[in-house]
Design a protein around this ligand. Structure first.
Ligand SMILES: [Fe+2]
Ligand SMILES: [Fe+2]
Length: 267
């Protein structure tokens, strides 16, 4: 555990953009679907600080190793949002502060509900909350890293591929911490396993669902995870969740993708 946090803290830092030429996007612009996905990722990366605000109101703030991790993690996620913002700006789109301020203004009521529900969940889960939070974080990071990987494949743009590979490497550091903490904390407590399973099976939604409009969530899930390659990635994430103590056969990702496909077919 100490090794995980120490090694993460030592290598955490601002995303290295050396050699990434954002003017490449002016010569070779990205198609609309890729830009739509990047807008989602920009907004969600920048939303991390609001998620952190909610977490710090829960027992998570009492654990100094977790707060050390969160301090570095929120910094790295902010720079992911900034880098994606530069791609959007290269296409003449608004990014960064004006886009984030408008998003937060639109969602301020929803935000208040999210904050209250996080506090209520923490009160209900008690000491099991941290295991739940670490597990939720691991699933979000697995999904985010896999989502960037799928976007990179679908876009087939060399500059975007290099940028996303650098972001994905940092997401890997986040995965290491969350997944190792989740595994350890779940293995220590049957109650935490049951609580985590209960919350995941009743309340889990794809990353960004609490912030982005439903039609954008549906678009993102369909664009990145539908079709044979996307489904294979979703199944791989589900298998990782299966390996966490007490979390077998939840099928979170594949259920979300299948549900969306069924809705599309019915429409
Ligand atoms: Fe990120
Ligand atoms: Fe991350």
């Amino acid at each position: 555990m100490r090794t995980t946090i120490d090694s993460y803290r030592n290598r955490a830092g601002r995303l290295n953009l050396e050699g990434i030429d954002f003017d490449d996007f002016k010569d070779q612009p990205l198609p609309g679907a890729v830009l739509r996905t990047l807008r989602y990722m920009h907004d969600v990366e920048h939303h991390t600080v609001c998620y952190l605000r909610d977490l710090l109101l829960t027992p998570a703030h009492q654990d100094p190793e977790i707060t050390s991790f969160l301090s570095c993690w929120v910094f790295e996620e902010m720079w992911h949002g900034e880098a994606i913002g530069q791609v959007l700006e290269a296409h003449g789109e608004a990014a960064g502060a004006p886009r984030i301020a408008a998003l937060r203004q639109r969602h301020r009521r929803k935000e208040a509900v999210t904050t209250l529900s996080t506090i209520a969940s923490a009160a209900f889960a008690g000491r099991g909350f941290i295991a739940l939070h670490m597990t939720w974080g691991a699933i979000n990071e697995w999904t985010t890293q896999a989502g960037y990987g799928r976007l990179s494949e679908r876009a087939g743009h060399p500059t975007l591929r290099e940028l996303l590979a650098r972001i994905m490497k940092q997401e890997g550091g986040h995965i290491d911490f969350y997944a190792s903490e989740a595994g350890r904390r779940l293995s220590e407590s049957q109650r935490a396993q049951k609580l985590t399973r209960f919350f995941l099976s009743h309340t889990w939604r794809p990353v960004g669902s609490g912030v982005m409009p439903k039609k954008e969530v549906d678009f993102l899930v369909g664009y990145l995870f539908d079709g044979p390659e996307g489904q294979a990635v979703a199944e791989r994430i589900d298998r990782r969740v299966d390996r966490l103590p007490g979390q077998g056969d939840l099928h979170l990702l594949t259920t979300a993708v299948t549900k969306l496909s069924a809705q599309r077919a019915a429409a």
